[in-house]
Write a protein that binds this ligand. Sequence first.
Ligand SMILES: NC(=O)c1ccc[n+]([C@@H]2O[C@H](COP(=O)([O-])OP(=O)(O)OC[C@H]3O[C@@H](n4cnc5c(N)ncnc54)[C@H](OP(=O)(O)O)[C@@H]3O)[C@@H](O)[C@H]2O)c1
Length: 248
Amino acid sequence: MISLENVGAIVTGSSRGIGKATALRLAQDGFKVTVNYSRDEEGAQETKKTVEDHGGSAIVVRADVTKPDEVAEMVERTAEEFGDIGVLVNNAGFSKHATIDKLSHDEWQKGLDVNLTGSFNCAKAVAPKMKDLGWGRIVNISSLRAMTGSDHGSHYASSKAGILGLTKSLALELAPEVTVNAVSPGYTRTPMTKDSLEEKEEQIAAKIPLGRVAESPEIAGVVSFLVSHDGSYVTGETINANGGIYMR
Ligand SMILES: NC(=O)c1ccc[n+]([C@@H]2O[C@H](COP(=O)([O-])OP(=O)(O)OC[C@H]3O[C@@H](n4cnc5c(N)ncnc54)[C@H](OP(=O)(O)O)[C@@H]3O)[C@@H](O)[C@H]2O)c1
């Protein structure tokens, strides 16, 4: 069994929110973490510091996940720094609150580019490294909206549903060395949801059997399970971490 200590893990979009919590959790699990961002350098440096304050090690690498050349450089940088790359968490995400009449073509395309094509770009770049290592874990962050749709984000729901198809396809293609799974969070407290939670957290919580929104470390914990040895026989699956909202 491979030792997970000191294997490199790339967490895209880890300058804040779920990505930041995931970077910290994977570092606590023993991985060496690449903290990725595209614009929020200050946030990414803060994530690195948080990891280091908890005794972990991390590097910060800027790369826009929609750009294959920047993704390739991030992967090379990670390999140079850590040697092996065993984990990729495709977490970077874009969302805009807009119905179809207000959503521009560019915003539609950006949703697909960041959320879906970005995940493809990163998986394509790391897969050969994982195959060489003979072990790998890819976790794609989808969303509750992949299953329910959204009345204010068709770009978002469509890209997140696409991620589930990508997850199953890559799980088939990259087996047996690499497992590929998705995590579909429900409402989670992050900068992305700050405005809507400020406006209506109580109404949202009332719809959730667990009676509250998730905190980012609760999503990071699900990712941690999937990349751990305990998750070794799970591939092509989606774990819904949504407080049981489906049952309402
Ligand atoms: N919060 C929720 O309730 C919820 C629910 C379901 C699913 N999710 C999913 O969970 C993931 C994280 O969400 P969050 O709420 O933590 O979001 P967030 O607070 O908005 O953070 C998004 C992260 O993605 C990065 N990012 C955006 N575009 C990027 C690009 N082109 N290249 C690289 N990084 C990029 C951002 O960094 P920069 O600004 O530096 O680019 C940031 O670190 C997303 O995929 C989201 O769709 C969230």
